[in-house]
Ligand binder design. Structure first.
Ligand code: DOR
Length: 451
């Protein structure tokens, strides 16, 4: 008797824990129920993946979706629409919204918007600050919370922890992996005057130099090691930090962004002006080579986009009043697949960075691998397709990408979330957003982790 699935993906090459396999995948109730040659199965929906690669759903563990409060830059609806169009099946969203995400009410307000509007799966960070430091052990375990994020240097918004005593209180109050933006606030303040009058964005990596990043990274790592607290250093941008971080495993994990792997100073500032301005800055080729080395030797654990939209009008303000940040959630996979095509990393390594990596570091239940019983989230990509990234493709409210005009080989084709084809042949299919909160092993209500 034939077995009935909700969805069968046939004819593709799947990246599984065994390598790359020519297998079919059957999904029931949002889970993977069979893998292999599946002649005895039929399905309500069959997806032909001939010539395509099926990756475990890619998770972007660093995005700023600006809602509530800054919806002229981005919204959860538009940000997650961009995510699925770019092949991303889940996101972790950052707390520097307005209001900041500092307590249970703030978190629930975002979750309520996402329950209505999110096209992909989601989790939200709580911001760590003097205001909530002593409550973080409880807050970080709320369902759907990705953990705590700390800004050691001011970037965008009012979230800042530049006081060592507060940082120590934060490190002591909680046990989950703490995510940090590591730039040293006092050095940033000292050095801003050096570039203030120039109006020249090429000075950005000079103002926020590699020492600013290294000083903060070394300080927070030292403190975390003392407290035996797991740490996640976001958007590592310099050779010096990578050299230091190589000695800090396994307690400390490392993120890099596609921007730091792809754009290079001074060229990017000459071509893009303040559009290329982000924190920590895109640096020169020496640093970029060190980041690639860290991708290839395994030091880097995840790739996050740091999707941080601002409107083009805001970006056009004279430097350094121009805000830092670029869109990225929609271009993460196209840009990284292009690097795969160019031979800079393998497809297996890319899925380690975008799927298995986030699942392993943050304790995501049911995510990160194509395996029996895991969630049926897939990024199905065409490694041969050559396309041009263009602003008009970008779903973000801000409507632009630093990669406008870039030709890439490797493109997301279908995005499957919970066994539903949300994007088919590059276009949204379902009438309604159907993203769900992601579940964490270290969350306080884990009763829903049972099969
Ligand atoms: O460039 C950045 N922009 N870096 C950050 O860490 C924050 C972000 C934003 O929220 O705009």
């Amino acid at each position: 008797m034939s077995k009935l699935a909700d969805l069968i993906i046939r004819g593709g090459h799947a990246v599984t824990p065994n390598g790359t396999e020519a297998i079919d995948i059957a999904c029931v109730n949002g889970r993977i129920v069979a893998l292999g040659q599946l002649p005895g199965w039929s399905a309500l929906q069959e997806l032909n993946a001939t010539g395509l690669h099926i990756l475990p759903g890619a998770i972007d563990s660093q995005v700023h979706f600006r809602e509530p409060g800054l919806t002229h830059k981005e919204t959860i609806a538009a940000g997650t629409r961009g995510a699925v169009l770019g092949g991303i099946t889940g996101i972790f969203e950052m707390p520097n919204t307005n209001p900041l995400t500092l307590n249970q009410q703030d978190l629930q307000a975002k979750q309520a918007i996402a329950a209505r509007d999110a096209w992909c799966n989601y989790a939200f960070y709580i911001g760590g600050s003097a205001a909530n430091a002593s409550q973080l052990a409880t807050l970080e375990r709320l369902p759907g919370c990705a953990g705590v994020k700390v800004f050691m240097g001011s970037s965008f918004g009012d979230l800042l922890t530049d006081d060592d005593t507060v940082l120590q209180t934060i490190l002591r109050n909680g046990s989950r992996r703490l995510a940090v933006h590591a730039e040293d606030e006092s050095r940033l303040r000292e050095r801003r005057g050096l570039v203030e009058k120039s109006g020249d964005v090429r000075q950005h990596p000079y103002w926020r130099d590699e020492q600013s990043a290294l000083i903060a990274t070394q300080k927070v790592v030292r403190m975390a090691l003392q407290e035996n607290r797991r740490l996640h250093v976001l958007h590592v941008s310099s050779a010096e930090e990578m050299e230091f971080l190589a000695g800090c495993k396994p307690l400390v994990s490392v993120e890099v962004t596609p921007n730091h792997l792809t754009l290079t100073a001074p060229d990017c500032y000459e071509r893009l002006g303040t559009l290329a301005q982000m924190n920590p800055p895109v640096r020169d080729a020496r640093h970029q080579q060190a980041l690639w080395q860290a991708i290839n030797n395994g030091l880097v654990d995840v790739i996050g986009s740091d999707h941080a939209p601002h409107t083009t009008a805001e970006k056009q303000q004279p430097y350094p009043q121009s805000p830092s940040g670029m869109t990225g959630v929609q271009t993460l996979l196209p840009v990284m697949l292009n690097h795969v095509n160019a031979g800079r990393l393998s497809l297996q390594r890319l899925t380690d960075l975008t799927s298995a990596g986030p699942a392993r570091l943050f304790g995501l239940a049911g995510k990160g691998r194509i395996a029996l019983g895991y969630d049926a989230d897939f990024s199905i990509v065409d490694l041969q397709a050559t396309r041009t990234i263009e602003n008009h493709w970008i779903a973000s409210v801000s409507g632009w990408t630093p990669y406008d005009g870039m030709s890439v080989t490797g493109w997301p084709v279908h995005t499957i979330i919970g066994g539903r084809a949300v994007v088919c042949d590059g276009a949204l299919t379902t009438a309604q957003p159907c993203g769900r909160p992601m579940r964490f092993f270290e969350s306080d209500n884990n009763e829903d982790l049972t099969p």
